[in-house]
Design a protein around this ligand. Structure first.
Ligand code: 1CP
Length: 319
């Protein structure tokens, strides 16, 4: 459950007075926050408390996470010179990644057998934040750059693939049992742009853990038309948001790919009978696929009642 922690009072208490990225890079705190939703909701796996921009921060990019906004860059990355400066920061070293590895190792120890999912942002979603300078609805500047200056775009997404791949690899080496690549904003692209300008860098990011033998989940929102392309960059499991029913997603993927997600976050605030019927429908349609990791189709809205999440988990377990 992405950003699940935000709805928990114990999360808000633990984070009190600590900036988001500082919390991510403080191993004991990141570990404690990772464990909170597992303790409270009895979910079957944990997702590491971190953020997709952590590897950018570790590489030396001027980035912060503004409360209520999301990741914001000191300056947008738009020109060949801007990208050259990023590339001069070099690949991430084990020393730079040490707080991440330490946070994962502490968490895996404390989880006592419950699997930990490691994650990273896909190169397009990271590049979208870098080029736009912050959150954006249409990702216009990023989509302009990929066509206006394809060489600069390729250099940018290759650099992003390498830092995000190193971040993912560090988590798996420290004990994460599965790895999820979030291309949250890939849905702003058509299939032709995705295939030509994004898929090679995503394949490069996933390739950085190909030798480690963990399952790779690939998720985006608004990606109903991209599911096959997103699988074909090297994913074992495809995340599906709430827009496409899982039996149809399974049909599009040829019936051979396990799926993840699909519960509509909007329904967490609906009356229980409405939410219950929806969860039952998602689980029933997911039976069409060779596997289904039940999860939300996107993040938990921060104002969600935590007891509703616990009840959803109990319902899914009962099914
Ligand atoms: O539940 C958890 O805490 C899991 C840890 C986690 C994950 C998997 C966080 C903590 N962030 C993420 C991934 C992430 N971060 C994604 C991919 C998943 C998704 O689409 O939601 C993205 C796009 C981000 C970028 C980001 N970071 C946003 C979205 C901004 C936008 O463009 O709309 C936001 C709001 C953040 C901040 C953030 N990251 C995580 C938390 C708990 C928060 C909230 C900040 C806070 O609590 O102060």
């Amino acid at each position: 459950m992405r950003q699940a922690g935000r709805s928990l009072p114990e999360y808000r208490a633990a984070r009190e007075g600590t900036a988001m990225l500082e919390a991510c890079l403080t191993p004991a705190l990141a570990s404690e926050i990772t464990l909170q939703p597992v303790r409270r909701h009895d979910v079957d796996a944990a997702i590491f408390f971190s953020d997709i921009v952590v590897p950018l921060k570790l590489a030396g990019v001027d980035v912060e996470i503004k409360p209520g906004v999301g990741p914001v860059m000191g300056a947008p990355v738009r020109t060949a010179d801007d990208v050259a400066r990023l590339r001069d920061l070099g690949p991430l070293t084990a020393e730079q990644l040490a707080p991440v590895a330490e946070g994962v190792a502490l968490t895996v120890g404390a989880l006592g057998g419950t699997p930990l999912i490691g994650f990273a942002g896909a190169p397009f979603t990271l590049a979208a934040y870098l080029v736009e300078g912050g959150p954006s609805r249409d990702h216009l500047a990023a989509r302009t750059l990929m066509h206006a200056d394809p060489a600069t775009w390729t250099a940018l997404t290759e650099w992003a693939a390498d830092v995000t791949g190193a971040f993912l690899r560090a988590q798996v080496l420290a004990g994460a049992s599965a790895a999820q690549l979030f291309d949250s904003w890939a849905g702003s692209l058509g299939l032709a742009d995705y295939t030509a300008h994004v898929a090679p860098a995503s394949a490069r990011a996933l390739g950085s853990i190909a030798d480690l033998g963990v399952r790779k989940v690939h998720f985006g929102t608004g990606t109903s038309e991209l599911l096959v392309a997103m699988r074909d960059v090297g994913a074992d499991v495809v995340g599906v948001d709430y827009r496409l029913p899982l039996d149809e997603a399974n049909r599009r993927l040829g019936g051979s790919t396990p799926l993840q997600g699909n519960v509509d976050p909007a329904l967490l605030a609906a009356p229980w009978p409405v939410l219950e019927a929806h969860v039952r429908d998602v689980v029933a349609r997911g039976e069409a696929a060779p596997g289904h990791v039940v999860n939300l189709g996107h993040g938990v809205p921060p104002e969600t009642d935590p007891d509703v999440l616990t009840r959803v988990v109990q319902l899914v377990h009962s099914l």
